[in-house]
Design a protein around this ligand. Structure first.
Ligand SMILES: NC(=O)c1ccc[n+]([C@@H]2O[C@H](COP(=O)([O-])OP(=O)(O)OC[C@H]3O[C@@H](n4cnc5c(N)ncnc54)[C@H](O)[C@@H]3O)[C@@H](O)[C@H]2O)c1
Length: 360
């Protein structure tokens, strides 16, 4: 993947360990420094790795060795940290969603353009073999012209397992902004950008109870919709029906299905890199699994950062901020539609990210 890239991480919470493990095994990516509001947490997070400096956010931004700031803070802090990185002349790669609001995300991308630096964003799971094999099947014409898709995420809520789940229940969180990026990024990868959305949403309880860790039993406020449903009209004419919920107990619906004129496809969980793609062609009995045919093999969170960092100048990264901005715009518009009762036209767009060959 070319030249070595030095990474500085801001935010050493629950997800950071997965990134540190991936970065550790990527030959061209080196973790040089980490920062967090809680320096003890940062120290603990990088204890298994030698030679990583634990510093303040300001020191990390000023560190001339840092090429890319990996922003693993909570969604409400994504824009603030990204803007600091951009002001320091560094590329930034953010966890999802790109920011808590489209307005904040727009400021990030505007500042990055003006400074001549790049913004990338998770999820990178869609670069794995699951979504990429499904994409290849669609592009190869296996199910004919795509007509419709469904996307379903149903869980009783992350407060059952996350020790600090507050951010899931404030703006920037909720089932749509938290899990929607996986599903909608996968749908845009498979079917292209979205032009119109129609939404409906509900909020079942004003409080949630933390189910694990030192704060177990503590109640936290809910200020976002916890069941969001709607229709996405893709530019291609495909209609996606979407359900994202922190209120349902369980589901037997596949994460994503795509229906074409000649067949139907089950797309694996977009929150994972791998998984089996199933197809049922017109006239066939049942479903058959497709052989893995595309995508990063045995990937982990962080491959998108490496892919971003190795994208040649002048080429759009697969995890480019324009894709994450469009996905955030779709989500915010879906909530706006749910509250107004009217369809919302999506003003942003993006290119379908380039496919990933089958590679390690
Ligand atoms: N937990 C998961 O399973 C998971 C999975 C995929 C993606 N994500 C995404 O990763 C991001 C982080 O999630 P998490 O679960 O690790 O959250 P977390 O709350 O466990 O960790 C966030 C960390 O960021 C630090 N932080 C917050 N604001 C900061 C600031 N202004 N300056 C410096 N540090 C700051 C906090 O102190 C904390 O240590 C979110 O965007 C989330 O959507 C989380």
């Amino acid at each position: 993947m070319g030249q070595q890239v030095n990474v500085g991480v801001v935010g050493c919470g629950a997800i950071s360990a997965q990134y540190f493990q991936t970065i550790d095994r990527l030959p061209h990516v080196r973790l040089v420094a980490v920062a967090d509001l809680d320096l003890d947490r940062a120290r603990e997070a990088v204890r298994p790795y030698a030679g990583v400096d634990v510093v303040s956010v300001a020191e990390l931004m000023a560190d001339p060795r840092v090429d890319v700031v990996l922003n693993l803070t909570v969604p409400a802090a994504h824009a603030e940290i990204a803007l600091q990185a951009i002001a320091a002349g560094k590329d930034v790669y953010c966890e999802k969603p790109l920011a808590a609001t489209v307005a904040d995300a727009g400021r990030m991308l505007g500042a990055a353009d003006a400074a001549g630096v790049r913004v990338g964003c998770a999820p990178d799971t869609v670069l794995g073999t699951g979504t990429q094999t499904a994409r290849k099947a669609i592009d190869d014409g296996l199910i004919g012209r795509p007509i419709a898709a469904t996307a379903t995420m149903m869980t009783p809520g992350h407060e059952r397992w996350h020790p600090n789940p507050d951010f899931y229940y404030v703006p920037g969180g909720g089932p749509l902004l938290d899990m929607g990026p996986y599903y909608i990024t996968s749908l845009v990868t498979l079917l292209g950008p979205v032009t119109t959305v129609i939404g409906a949403a509900s909020r079942t309880r004003a409080k949630r109870t933390i189910g694990s860790g030192p704060r177990r039993g503590e109640e936290i406020p809910v200020t976002v919709d916890t069941h969001v449903t709607g229709v996405l009209v893709h530019e291609s004419g495909v209609l996606t029906t979407l359900v994202m919920s922190f209120d349902g107990v369980a589901t037997k619906s596949p994460n994503i299905e795509v229906h074409g004129e000649k067949g139907s496809l089950v797309v694996p969980d977009p929150n994972r890199f791998d998984g089996s793609v199933l197809v049922s062609g017109m006239g066939e009995e049942g479903w058959r699994a497709l052989p893995e045919a595309a995508g990063y093999v045995e990937a982990g969170r962080g491959v998108g950062l490496a892919d971003f960092a190795s994208t040649p100048a002048g080429e759009t990264a697969r995890t480019d901020g324009s894709l994450a901005f469009h996905v955030l715009d779709v989500m915010e518009s879906l909530l706006a539609s749910a509250h107004s009762g009217a369809a919302v036209t999506i003003t942003s767009t993006c290119a379908r990210p380039r496919p990933v060959d089958h590679m390690r």
